[in-house]
Design a protein around this ligand. Structure first.
Ligand code: ZN
Length: 106
């Protein structure tokens, strides 16, 4: 790719970046919780479905947060934003790499 083309592609990618504030890292898990006693729902059925956000940290530490149905939708969107942001930044970095060595990618 020519230098000019690379710069254009880079500008386009930067313009397509999602929100940099509505972001979350982690994965969304679907779980069921069961009450041991005194719950009619659990006595009859498979329990209560819940969504949990799991975030892992270096060293194997993780955090888990249970979400309300309302939060789940927002979290899903934030996870998508984060992934797209990360992916787009990675692609911009690749283009910048090509700009460092234009002769090898001409
Ligand atoms: Zn229950």
């Amino acid at each position: 790719m020519k230098q000019e083309k690379i710069i254009k592609a880079r500008t386009k990618l930067a313009a397509s970046l999602p929100s940099t504030t509505e972001i979350l890292r982690g994965s969304l898990l679907h779980r069921r919780i069961r009450h041991r006693s005194g719950c009619a729902v659990c006595a009859k059925g498979p329990g209560h479905p819940v969504w949990v956000l799991t975030i892992s940290y270096p060293g194997g530490r993780t955090k888990q947060i249970s979400l309300s149905a309302e939060q789940k939708v927002l979290v899903q969107q934030s996870l998508r934003n984060y992934r797209k942001l990360k992916d787009t930044l990675e692609r911009i970095c690749e283009l910048n790499l090509q700009l460092l060595r234009p002769e090898k990618h001409a």
